[in-house]
Design a protein around this ligand. Sequence first.
Ligand SMILES: [Fe+2]
Ligand SMILES: [Fe+2]
Length: 466
Amino acid sequence: MTTAKSHLDILVVEDNQSFCEILSYGLRAKGHSVTSYPNAKAACDHLGQENIDLIISDIKMPGMNGIEFLHRVRRSRPEIPVILITGFSNIIEIQEAYELGAKGFLSKPFNNEQLHEAIMNSVGADRYQPTQEQAPRKTLKDRTDFFAIPIENFISGKKLLFPIYLALSESKLVKVANRGEDIPTDQIERLGQKGILEFYIENIDVQSYFNANLKITGSLSKTKAICHKRKIKFLNTSIKQIQDFTIRKDLDPDLYSVTQKSLEHALNYLAQTQDGFSMLEDLIKDCESLQSHTLFVSFLSTLIAKQIGWTSPQRLLLVALGGFFHDIGLAEIPEEICKQQDKNLLSLQDYKDYQQHPLLGEKNIQKLNSYPEGLDQIVAHHHERIDGSGFPHGYGRVKIHPVAKIIGLADEFAHILNEKKKAQKSGISKLVIEELQRSPTSFEHEHLDALVHLFDKKRVVLKNVI
Ligand SMILES: [Fe+2]
Ligand SMILES: [Fe+2]
């Protein structure tokens, strides 16, 4: 009989050096022993010699990729569980890896809790029982002028564009680095070991933080800035509409403020890219209800994403932007088709034309000078359903972009809500959820549960929604 270990010997294969360091210290902070290799070939050379309890490998690597590496592990050390680190672009590979017996998947960026959960699930309780005591979580409460950055998202070796703060207690902040300085990896590692999970930046610096992070992932190049007046007008009306969706006192205040902040950041981000902003302006300028609809889908999608535990600012930004742009393809569909609320009443040809809007939207996004990775797929997939009943492709669970699944649910919610609104004014959210639950195979259970939880006890009162 094997006794469960409290700490594991873990082999990490990751070509991105900064990410590898961050991942390794996160694992070491939990007491694991880590051996890391910058490529799969080097890891293969040591597969026979090492005492290995778990392998964590990136999929996308130069030379031998994570899938080929998984084939090699299956042949020589089939007993070792493997967790693969994926990006949104690896959807096809994920299916292949799953069939090859990969035990877990982690989407970049992930936090320490998600990493720990994946390890627990992959290795199994019979082989791994972590020691119970955990360092206390030190986070800041009730401060709206600062923004939290998960410590594992922080990358050393660059001059800081803004000062960084640390929470010493639930209310006390201290500046630990000035603009132009750097925080070395070993210091971040030590903070992690002390249970400090977040740095803080001032709200005014959040935009620079997003831009810096998006630049690191290579997905943003700024184009000409939007005229200040236009931007302010657009932001103000949009934010006012977002506020109108809910009566704030009825909603969990933390969740509401985080969601609203995410949307405001997304709008700010958008206002810095001339072509994306103009495209959105064009779509909504003649149709106020479409503006309301896109903002509502963005708002509800972000609420669902937060509710299921997504914390990464980059991913929440992608959710919010996905909401804004999901129907951008409707701009090319004849107005009378778009206006028909009940699509069952359309002629067969008109319905076929309507079904093209996700693909038209995808093409529009791809025409932009720059856009966050995956935004085109999210737009293309927002009418796909996990049971294959959606359009335009009839993709199933594995092929649909994870963000598009959430956008699709929020979009469906908005459409049903609009239908019900005509007949009934109160208790509509409950009716909408009941209707959604009648087709439970179309959406992820976890996402439907999040919706139920959000609208439980009538905490959210909806109004003025298309
Ligand atoms: Fe749509
Ligand atoms: Fe929509």
